[in-house]
Design a protein around this ligand. Structure first.
Ligand SMILES: Cc1ncc(COP(=O)(O)O)c(C=O)c1O
Length: 384
């Protein structure tokens, strides 16, 4: 695990970055600026920095500044969802570009690459990026972008971010890491050489399952950032002020929420690990997990997400999910309420996810209650 100084800095940034008392009233929480247009100065300038809200808005600035600081980047572009952020990154590539993508990336990103962005001319190869050798073979001179997710969804595979950045850069490509699961408090991909850190802020950052959002933080300025700004300014792919405000507010409590979620996830993983009805637990915090040693070096904690496989297949897994009382049967993650999901059936018939697998997003409930709930659901589900 990386040092406590970094953890302190991140927690302080979560509270203070991009947050100033409102200069006109002293309010310590910023007002929501709903105005779409801003008054010009008498000399014709815009000294106060805002012209029209597609181009910029104080609530969006506050959110973008906070994420820039948290990820230790140079700039951030906020979007109305994680998928629009992904779209903006991929659409910034020229037609014909080759992309190497983690084979277990968030399935929406895969669908985007195989559907609209294939029509736009992108060529994608889906490979196991947790193997550096496989990545080396897949990244060629034609590759313009490598798209990684670590730990991955829902198999929790861990990729060596520094090695991927080196391989990508050696071929003149960029590395984008979907950092939604770990959050910047669990992992800072830009410090390992990644060029972009992408978030669905819908999840841990906003943190309350009540607002969609996305963001991309960049390691340096340049054409790519300009193209992300074009997606905002020209294409108008921007989040509304209230959504930005809600997301920035969510980040205030991220350190406390995540600390508790990580602690509970570790205890749940350990409890499931020893359970006779569970054949496999996927969580890098377990000492015998294949990603444990890499995650220990690369991450500041092991995160609040895990998955496990039950004895049997889809019927048994569905039966276990049907018997939970605290874990809600719903997709998504990172909120205060714990969620359980049968990932394969959400993704559809073509999904490569084991049918016996259930994914957990660990919430803020009492850890003991969550463990009891899973144990009773395993008993009830597998005895029917
Ligand atoms: C890892 C990851 N990336 C991206 C997304 C897409 O984000 P959104 O739903 O905010 O569009 C999700 C959504 O579940 C996700 O889990």
């Amino acid at each position: 695990m990386r040092d406590s100084c970094e953890r302190d800095r991140a927690a302080t940034n979560a509270v203070h970055a991009g947050m100033q008392p409102d200069p006109s009233t002293g309010a310590v929480m910023p007002p929501i600026h709903l105005a779409t247009t801003f008054e010009r100065d008498v000399d014709g300038g815009y000294e106060r920095g805002y012209v029209y809200s597609r181009q910029g808005n104080p609530n969006r600035s506050s959110l973008e500044l906070a994420l820039t600081e948290l990820e230790r980047g140079v700039a951030c572009a906020a979007f109305p969802s994680g998928m629009s952020a992904a779209f903006a990154v991929l659409f910034a590539l020229d037609p014909g570009a080759h992309v190497v993508v983690a084979d277990d990336c968030y399935y929406g990103v895969g669908e985007l690459l195989e559907g609209p962005l294939a029509r736009w001319g992108l060529r994608a190869d889906f490979v196991d990026l947790s193997s550096v050798d496989t990545a080396r073979q897949a990244i060629t001179q034609d590759t313009k972008l490598v798209w990684a997710e670590s730990p991955s969804n829902p198999m929790l595979k861990v990729c060596d971010l520094a090695a991927l950045a080196e391989l990508a850069h050696a071929q003149g490509a960029s590395l984008c890491v979907d950092n939604t699961w770990p959050t910047p408090l669990g992992q800072q991909p830009l410090l390992f050489g990644a060029d972009f850190s992408l978030h669905s802020t819908t999840k841990y950052l906003a943190g309350h399952s009540d607002v969609l959002g996305g963001a991309v933080v960049v390691r340096r300025e340049g054409v790519f950032l300009d193209r992300l700004r074009e997606a905002q300014d020209l294409a108008g792919i921007v989040p509304g002020p209230f959504d930005c405000w809600l997301t920035r507010r969510g980040i205030l409590s991220l350190p406390a929420r995540l600390e508790r979620q990580v602690e509970s996830a570790q205890m749940i993983a350990e409890a499931l690990h020893g359970h006779p009805a569970v054949t496999r637990v996927h969580y890098p915090g377990l000492a015998d997990d294949p990603g444990h040693s890499l995650a220990s070096k690369q991450m500041k904690n092991f995160g609040g997400m895990l998955s496990f496989q039950v004895v049997g297949g889809e019927t048994e897994a569905m039966a276990v999910a049907a018997h939970t009382q605290l874990f809600r049967r719903a997709t998504s993650l990172g909120g205060p309420e714990s969620l359980i999901e049968h990932r394969a059936s959400i993704e559809g018939a073509h999904s490569q996810i084991p049918r016996s697998l259930l994914r957990l997003s660990v919430g803020l409930e009492g850890t003991g209650d969550l463990i009891d709930d899973l144990c009773q659901a395993l008993d009830a589900g597998l005895s029917t």
